[in-house]
Ligand binder design. Structure first.
Ligand SMILES: [Fe+2]
Length: 303
């Protein structure tokens, strides 16, 4: 029972996936309560918004170019490249995996590798300049705008994404989805430029809003996930609901947008909104600082 008051999202959980509770509208109630609480937390922590902050609030997404002063950025970029080279010297980039879906983490002293389908995710421990990034004052405000909470610095990584060949092993992150049932944030502070062929982030503007149409869609997906649990279909029990392109239009949402950006750009997204990893040419890569900020949804105190 306790799990329904946490961030637990998978329908394999006996309470989250409980048929009777879901018939009583539990999923809708969790969505609404989590929205109200994150709004309450935000109101405790941020009172006035600048243009970028307002954009994040309205669209669920913002890309801020020239985020750091040039000299600060140059020093950070040099440090990140040194970290990437040091990791590669110890552990060369692994060959493609054999399995479909999320692979296991392969841990090392410098961090870990994990495959999503054919895409290699290399997470490297940040050096001193990179580790200080989450303490940036503007960044902290953006985290609060999405969740009402600041992000723990330990969730900040140097993130190298190496694109594989999707025709061989599909990457689930390239399907449109939302991460979970409440407002949560991911960010990428891009060290190197991201071109269209590098697989830029793709987001559906405004899709973070809990509209009546969205609630109806969520309930339909929750019903299907409960059914999947009864059928013992593991894949169908996921709490990261997938959405088809035709369904986006039916929800009254605009077309998805892809965001290639120069280096020194901070991309912040509310990943309750629909998004995916962009299509990429195999062998290309992206380099960023990255964090996944998903504070517990039912704690009313902002920070
Ligand atoms: Fe995601």
């Amino acid at each position: 029972m306790y799990s329904i008051f946490t961030s637990m999202k998978v329908f394999s959980d006996p309470w989250v996936g409980h048929p009777g509770l879901n018939r009583l509208g539990m999923h809708r109630k969790r969505l609404k309560a989590a929205q109200a609480i994150s709004r309450f937390r935000r109101a405790q922590t941020v009172h006035r918004y600048d243009r970028d902050e307002q954009h994040l609030l309205d669209q669920g997404f913002v890309a801020i170019e020239n985020f750091l002063p040039a000299d600060e950025f140059d020093a950070l970029r040099a440090e990140c490249h040194a970290s990437v080279d040091a990791a590669k010297a110890i552990t060369p980039l692994p060959a493609k995996p054999e399995v479909w879906g999320f692979g296991d983490s392969d841990r090392h002293d410098w961090g870990f590798d994990r495959f999503d389908g054919s895409t290699l995710n290399r997470f490297i421990r940040p050096g001193p300049l990179a580790a200080a990034f989450p303490r940036n004052r503007r960044f902290k405000r953006l985290a609060r705008i999405v969740t009402g909470k600041t992000m723990a610095a330990r969730r900040n990584w140097i993130y190298q994404t190496v694109n594989g060949d999707d025709t061989e092993i599909p990457d689930q992150q390239r399907e449109f989805h939302r991460d979970t049932f409440f407002n949560c944030m991911k960010y990428w502070f891009f060290i190197d430029p991201v071109r269209e062929e590098d697989g830029p982030f793709v987001y559906v503007p405004g899709s973070h809003k809990l509209t009546p149409e969205r609630i109806a869609w969520e309930e339909k997906k929750a019903e299907a996930a409960v059914e999947a649990r009864l059928q013992q279909n593991r894949r169908g029990m996921t709490g990261s609901f997938r959405i088809e392109r035709e369904e986006l239009a039916a929800l009254g949402l605009p077309p998805p947008q892809s965001y290639p950006v120069p280096g020194n750009t901070l991309v912040v997204a509310n990943v309750f909104g629909f998004h995916r990893r962009g299509d990429a040419v195999p062998g290309t890569d992206r380099l960023s600082l990255y964090g996944n900020h998903r504070p517990q949804p039912f704690i009313p105190l902002g920070s």
